[in-house]
Write a protein that binds this ligand. Structure first.
Ligand code: MG
Ligand code: ZN
Length: 217
């Protein structure tokens, strides 16, 4: 019975996500669904991305958080359009929440829409919001055991950004193990070790995004 209920919820979500996807396609917008644990640096990665690509690419952001508009205020300071979703307790974004946020966003004025999911390593991967690609962000401070412990996030993602490489020498994080384990779950994953603090390695990530934007326009 429980299985049937879950299937109904996911089925209903996929219908709404499909409608979102049609809207994104009609407007030629490349959409990523950015997922990570709390504190991995999603908002910092978005800030760096806007600073680097904002001149050549029209970026918009949807911020998902359980509470507060803190992240939308941070992104708003960069000058790009941003909408905050407060889930009021729900631990992931779904198609309906993103659909509601799209009412506040002019898709025809965007090339790239970044959806920052609620910080959580479990259910964000189960709910499509209509995105082109899911992106997983892992920070070295979380440990290199996360790919094997939370495989769905890594399986569903097209790109894996590994943040806070500037801290790696202060941790036991084994970059080669993280790579190997991630690729064992998802061999087609594009992996970008970066430091949002120093800017190290971000060029590869920007290149991946630009390719997606070019493909969607
Ligand atoms: Mg954030
Ligand atoms: Zn959830």
């Amino acid at each position: 019975m429980k299985v049937k209920v879950l299937a109904d919820i996911l089925g209903a979500n996929d219908r709404v996500a499909g409608e979102n996807r049609r809207l994104f396609r009609d407007n030629g917008v490349f959409v990523i669904n950015l997922m990570s644990a709390p504190g991995a640096g999603k908002t910092s990665l978005i800030e760096k991305t806007i600073q680097a690509l904002g001149d050549t690419c029209r970026v918009g952001v949807i911020e998902g958080d359980i509470a507060t508009a803190a992240d939308a205020e941070r992104i708003g300071r960069t000058g790009v359009p941003v909408v905050q979703i407060n889930t009021g307790g729900a631990c992931h974004l779904d198609g309906n929440m993103v659909r509601a946020a799209l009412g506040e966003m002019d898709l025809s004025a965007l090339d790239l829409l970044i959806v920052e999911n609620v910080g959580n390593l479990v259910c964000p991967a189960e709910f499509n919001v209509g995105e082109d690609k899911k992106v997983m962000l892992l920070s070295v401070a979380e440990g290199d055991d996360k790919p094997l412990k939370y495989p769905l996030m890594f399986r569903e993602s097209s790109a894996l950004v590994i943040n806070k490489t500037d801290l790696v020498e202060h941790t036991d994080f084994d970059m080669e193990k993280a790579r190997r384990d991630s690729l064992s779950i998802n061999p087609s994953l594009s992996i970008y070790p970066v430091s949002c603090r120093t800017g190290d390695g971000l060029g590869g990530w920007f290149g991946w995004l630009k390719e997606g934007v070019a493909g969607a326009s």
